[in-house]
Write a new protein. Structure first.
Length: 424
């Protein structure tokens, strides 16, 4: 049970507000009855004081009080013992608490402290005897009001949150492959209906976009890969039938390298376009992927007079799916061969959690590795490393590019990568 749900919070708000109001008015009620009781006693003392002053003015002596609970004290020594000390310390107070539940109200008859009237009112108090019963009534009434508030909050919360909960359930279960065409509450005329209709429209647009994206990926996969495959096979035949001289084979090798690069780029972009590439897991052996790339690009390496220095353990593994790792390695090595210095040495090695590719090259432009950042000699659009970085990010891996002392170092930080113990 989710107590943070909207209807529970609405019920809690109703209950807390009712409880606060009940407590506030309960305090007001208790203060009111005590104030009325005190005013009634003080009014009796004032009436008795007026009678005493009239009698003293007429006869020169004070009269006996008319009420049995009121006493006249003309000397401070006759005051009740349980209030005398407190009265001497604060002779301006009107109320004093005595012992054994006694309670005193005092009223001076003259400007002097004495004579004064003292009313011991414990026997005539109305609120004190029924205080427990009064508090019990207030407590029961408060609980009844809180219960009613909870019931009212539950009814309102159910009417308000039920369509929202239905809408949330459908939205949370929505899958890109089967987005719902209608949502609960879309026919309502309130705010829930507005939200449902807006989500319904958004889902329809998302469905159309997914269909267009899937159609584009499907068509692009066929329409781009097929011509590239035909071009690759045609170039292989041309190289096999062309006389073995460097001048005749140079343009064919360049065309073959460009075709391989285009094929690699298309495969990378198509993999990025597929949603399932974000969820495939596992790892793969690292050395076989490097060897495959070397065998496929031997001619390009010879043309650039590049030497490879591979320090990879025979049992090294890369924490990436094999198709992703193959594309990443191919992109990075192809960049090193194409944009690095000719007659150089490309070093490929790995350490715990990292794969490093180093090659001699000219200075890198600021922000190398970001989209649209390319070197002066680059014929592309500066998207290669940015695409690889996006592909790695889908698998919690990172790509860093650095240049120091004429050497460019590209590092793939990949959690779970094996250590190098037997380099080859």
């Amino acid at each position: 049970m989710n107590f943070r749900a909207f209807h529970w919070r609405l019920m809690a708000a109703f209950a807390l507000f009712t409880l606060a109001v009940t407590l506030l008015f309960g305090l007001f009620a208790m203060a009111f009855v005590y104030t009325v009781e005190d005013l009634f006693i003080e009014r009796q003392l004032e009436q008795e004081a007026a009678r005493q002053r009239q009698h003293q003015a007429a006869t020169g002596a004070w009269a006996l009080p008319a009420q049995s609970f009121i006493r006249l004290h003309t000397e401070s020594g006759t005051l009740p013992a349980d209030m005398a000390a407190a009265w001497r310390e604060a002779d301006r107070r009107k109320e004093f608490y005595g012992e054994a539940g006694r309670h005193y109200h005092v009223l001076p008859l003259t400007a002097a402290p004495v004579p004064l009237l003292v009313a011991e009112v414990s026997s005539v108090l109305i609120v004190r005897p029924i205080r427990g019963e009064l508090l019990a009534y207030l407590t029961v009434g408060g609980l009844i009001m809180v219960t009613l508030a909870l019931l009212l909050g539950a009814v309102l919360a159910r009417r308000v949150s039920a369509p929202l909960e239905s809408l949330a359930a459908v939205a949370s279960d929505a899958d890109p492959a089967r987005l719902p065409r209608t949502l609960p509450g879309a026919t309502r005329s309130d705010e829930v209906g507005v939200v449902a209709r807006a989500l319904q429209t958004l889902m329809q647009r998302t469905r159309d976009f997914i269909e267009r994206e899937q159609a584009f990926t499907r068509d692009a996969s066929h329409e781009l890969r097929t011509p590239l495959a035909v071009m690759g096979m045609a170039l292989e035949r041309a190289q096999a039938t062309t006389p073995q001289d460097a001048e005749a084979h140079a343009p064919l090798k360049a065309a073959a390298a460009a075709t391989a690069h285009m094929t690699q780029t298309v495969n990378t972009l198509l993999m990025l376009a597929r949603e399932d590439s974000t969820t495939c897991g596992g790892d793969c052996a690292l050395l076989p992927l490097v060897e495959q790339w070397v065998l496929a690009h031997e001619a390009h390496l010879d043309a650039r007079r590049i030497t490879l220095d591979i320090s990879v353990a025979a049992d090294a593994r890369l924490a990436l799916p094999a198709p992703v790792a193959q594309l990443v390695i191919a992109n990075l090595l192809d960049n090193a061969v194409t944009h690095g210095d000719a007659d150089g040495v490309i070093s490929l090695g790995h350490a715990p959690g990292a794969l490093h590719i180093k090659n001699p090259s000219g200075p890198l432009p600021p922000g190398a590795g970001e989209a649209s950042i390319k070197g002066v000699a680059s014929a592309g659009f500066g998207l290669g490393l940015a695409i690889v970085r996006r592909l790695l990010a889908r698998h919690d891996a990172t790509l860093t590019v650095a240049h120091e002392a004429g050497v460019t170092t590209v590092s793939v930080m990949c959690p779970g990568m094996g250590t190098s113990s037997h380099p080859r």
